[in-house]
Design a protein around this ligand. Structure first.
Ligand SMILES: NC(=O)c1ccc[n+]([C@@H]2O[C@H](COP(=O)([O-])OP(=O)(O)OC[C@H]3O[C@@H](n4cnc5c(N)ncnc54)[C@H](O)[C@@H]3O)[C@@H](O)[C@H]2O)c1
Length: 329
């Protein structure tokens, strides 16, 4: 299979290595308006460089979009128009009209499409889902999620705010694990505006309370600067069990209890450290999706559902009130 990779930044370069290692990928074509990035990926993986995405369409069998968020929708339209299976990083777009247009175009073109919510491929989150599905955790009272970056994204990164850019992963995996939908969101937050992190930044510290359809309550913490490392967790508390995803020897959190040691291994510093196997597994799944061997494990409709929750959080924070998801249409 010949795969076109659009975007060779942080996640694009990682996806390129995964594709290069995949036995069923025979050729990679990469493009990025920053030519050094495309050349670097090409040198490392043996990929060809194309001038832009349009220039690769007639020489690929599937497209992987890892470009900055602002071009995702355009690239998905392009792939659908060319009849190509498409994998796209989250989010499809940052508003509902643009997202809906993509959802409809992909459906009309009948091309396989997968969105990059890699936590669905992480072993811990999959175990949590299995526990919930089997009934072993019982009725879920509450869920707590943590997504704390070690450091804010680098300069030049197209940051769309903590809810739409980052906690959107929590929103997606919450739906995946619990099988419930969000009914109401209440959110607050602020922006770190120190000289070290830059002053003109979107909201980067978010707290969220969600109510789910079966009565479960959720509390969520999103932070762009955690001095100890990249901390991503989910804790689930049910009538039969209490479990945690991400409670591991690398966890970047120090206990203050006597005799309890700190992190036992070097902590993850980036999303790539934390989720490398999940990123590889999601692209392996996409190759099968593109070959028609399995259904998409994370559809554009799933991405739309997660975006609605993020939008509800922005409205809630701005208006300082709980927002019913049915308001977000
Ligand atoms: N799933 C995850 O955990 C995860 C993690 C990080 C980033 N992402 C998503 O991946 C995307 C990229 O993030 P990143 O951290 O790699 O950002 P980045 O800024 O490091 O890289 C983005 C790249 O896209 C390129 N680009 C911009 N317009 C383009 C175009 N028209 N064609 C081709 N390339 C283009 C830029 O030049 C840049 O090299 C974002 O949408 C982000 O939301 C997802």
């Amino acid at each position: 299979m010949r795969v076109g990779l659009v975007g060779a930044g942080r996640i694009g370069a990682f996806h390129a290595r995964t594709l290069a290692d995949h036995p069923e990928v025979s050729e990679i074509v990469v493009t990025d308006p920053m030519p050094d990035r495309a050349e670097e990926v090409a040198a490392e993986t043996g990929a060809d460089v194309a001038a832009d995405a349009a220039a690769m369409l007639d020489r690929i069998d599937a497209m992987v979009v890892a470009a900055a968020t602002g071009v995702h929708a355009e690239m998905m339209h392009m792939a659908a128009g060319a009849g190509l299976p498409v994998f796209c990083e989250k989010p499809i777009a940052t508003d509902l009209p643009a997202t809906d247009a993509v959802v409809e175009r992909v459906r009309a073109a009948n091309v396989p499409a997968q969105i990059g919510f890699q936590r669905r491929f992480d072993a811990g989150y999959r175990s949590a889902k299995a526990l919930v599905d089997s009934g072993q955790i019982g009725h879920l009272y509450s869920v707590r999620t943590t997504t704390h970056d070690h450091e804010p994204p680098p300069e030049g990164y197209q940051d769309t705010g903590i809810y739409r850019d980052t906690q959107i992963h929590d929103f997606d995996v919450l739906r995946y694990v619990t099988g419930q939908e969000v009914e109401e969101a209440y959110a607050d937050g602020f922006t770190i505006t120190t000289a070290a992190f830059g002053e003109d930044r979107p909201i980067d510290t978010g707290v969220v309370v969600l109510s789910l359809t079966e009565g479960t309550k959720v509390i969520m913490s999103g932070i762009r600067h955690d001095p100890l490392g990249h901390d991503v967790r989910m804790e689930l508390f049910g009538t039969e069990d209490s479990v945690a995803v991400g409670l591991e020897p690398r966890l970047p959190l120090r206990s203050l209890e006597e005799g309890v040691p700190g992190p036992q291994e070097p902590t993850p510093k980036t999303f790539l450290d934390r989720f490398a196997p999940a990123y590889r597994a999601e692209l392996a799944a996409f190759i099968e999706v593109a070959q028609g061997r399995r259904a998409s494990p994370c559809t554009p409709d799933d991405a739309r559902a997660a975006l609605r929750i993020a939008i509800a959080c922005d409205v809630s924070r701005e208006q300082h009130r709980p927002v019913a998801l049915k308001e977000i249409t």
